[in-house]
Design a protein around this ligand. Structure first.
Ligand SMILES: Cc1cc2nc3c(=O)[nH]c(=O)nc-3n(C[C@H](O)[C@H](O)[C@H](O)COP(=O)(O)OP(=O)(O)OC[C@H]3O[C@@H](n4cnc5c(N)ncnc54)[C@H](O)[C@@H]3O)c2cc1C
Length: 395
């Protein structure tokens, strides 16, 4: 085997998992190189909960947890309305309980840039480029990139998200499990010239086949979300996404409509489907997958970022302690897989609930929720999702 410090590892994708992996590999003496298809990182995002039991532990190991806490969006007051504007329920939790049960609420952009800052001066980034072909041999891998360049690496890690090209290139197609829920998500400057909500309020409206939500972020920004039944519509581009949301959901809440009307064509609206990635193995030869590329649990699980970060930490640790990369890949897979399975399983219920498609008819469900005591609601709400998933992290 080569000594650790000579091991060049190509990471495809500089998102949450890819950057975390580069951080820990660099710390262990490897030479990670990140190839990122985006020409640059932009401050675009959506609301994301970094859970206390996994993601925040990895962030602490990277020395950034206290920085992340400064970006917290503390949505501790949650109100749910029906489509006629009647209150269905209101649940207030303390910041401590919120963090314990749901995690640290962040703009994904703040998480991403905070992680990026930890390695941007130490790790080589190749922006606006991507892997086109990979050839493996006894001694390593040869990669041809989209800019025509060629390079050799000892190992390759695919961290290129739910639609991973590395996965498709190396493992083929057919690992998607579609949960039949689509989403729109955005965080933009507040241009409505009016307060959106109270500082800590999350306002949600549950319809028969959708849930929409919005909240203020300080004085200057606003976040908005729609989760809807059925897989993704063909709303390509920010303009189409905005007009689809206005047409389909604007009528249910005037403030939400106001927010949508102030979106510009340059405001990024994330739009996709809740698609889990389920694979029997995450490694093949010298190539391994992490994060959403390997095991996307969908936003309904609330743990995708945490699992991507923890997987990166475990993989770097295994590569540093095992002399054989094959054994390291196997041990990483065996360690992380049980938690991924739990997260993916626990996303199935919330996915149905989110889009209003429960077993209980819409009006009856609203009545039922109205009648429940608030303490019981808090109890239920903090247990219906898997944000609290635990994963021990070895030192
Ligand atoms: C609306 C929404 C809400 C969410 N809420 C939560 C939450 O509350 N809690 C939580 O933990 N998670 C949440 N998630 C999930 C979380 O964002 C992901 O699980 C996490 O970002 C996965 O990290 P990753 O590094 O695997 O992929 P990503 O962060 O998606 O990074 C992939 C990177 O690869 C790059 N890339 C793509 N293709 C290529 C290519 N061919 N070559 C090179 N680079 C490429 C991309 O540009 C990107 O930089 C949410 C997701 C969404 C969409």
């Amino acid at each position: 085997m080569l000594p650790v410090k000579n091991k060049r590892i190509l990471i495809s994708g500089g998102g949450i998992g890819g950057i975390t992996l580069a951080y820990f590999l660099h710390q262990q003496g490897f030479i990670p190189v990140i190839v990122e298809s985006a020409p640059e990182f932009k401050r675009v995002g959506y609301l994301l909960a970094l859970n206390k039991q996994i993601g925040q532990k990895v962030a602490r190991k990277m020395g950034v947890l206290e920085i992340l806490k400064k970006f917290e969006i503390p949505l501790t007051h949650n109100s749910l309305y029906d489509t006629e504007g009647k209150t269905v329920m209101r649940v207030d939790v303390t910041p401590e309980l919120h963090n314990e049960n749901s995690g640290l609420m962040l703009n994904r952009a703040d998480l991403h840039f905070t992680l990026y800052d930890t390695i941007k001066n130490d790790v080589e980034f190749r922006f606006g480029n991507e892997i086109i072909t990979i050839t493996q041999d006894e001694f390593g891998t040869e990669v041809i990139f989209s800019d025509g360049s060629k390079d050799r690496f000892d190992l390759i890690v695919g961290a290129d998200g739910v639609n991973s090209k590395t996965r498709k290139l190396v493992f083929g197609e057919g690992f998607e499990r579609n949960l039949n829920v689509g989403y729109f998500a955005f965080i933009v400057p507040n241009r409505t010239n009016e307060p959106i909500s109270g500082k800590h309020d999350l306002i949600a409206i549950r319809g028969e086949s959708f849930l929409l939500a919005y909240h203020a972020i300080g004085e200057s920004e606003v976040g908005g979300y729609v989760f809807h039944q059925e897989a993704v519509s063909s709303a390509e581009g920010n303009e189409k996404r905005r007009s689809t949301m206005i047409r389909e959901y604007g009528k249910y809440n005037l403030k939400f409509l106001r927010i949508l009307e102030t979106l510009t064509d340059n405001d990024p609206v994330f739009h996709g489907s809740f698609t889990q990635i389920v694979m029997p193995e995450w490694h093949k030869g010298r190539i391994c997958l992490i994060g959403d590329a390997a095991h996307c649990p969908t936003p309904a699980s609330g743990t995708g970022a945490s699992l991507a970060m923890a997987g990166a930490y475990i993989l770097a640790k295994k590569l540093a302690t095992e002399s054989d990369y094959k054994k390291a890949f196997e041990e990483y897979d065996a360690y992380v897989r049980p938690y991924v399975e739990k997260a993916q399983k626990s996303a199935l219920g919330p996915a149905k609930l989110i889009a209003g498609k429960g077993l209980i008819p819409y009006r009856f469900a609203n009545l039922f929720l109205r009648l429940l005591p608030r303490s019981f609601l808090t109890f239920i709400l903090t247990r219906v999702h898997s944000h609290k998933l635990e994963m021990p992290l070895p030192e």
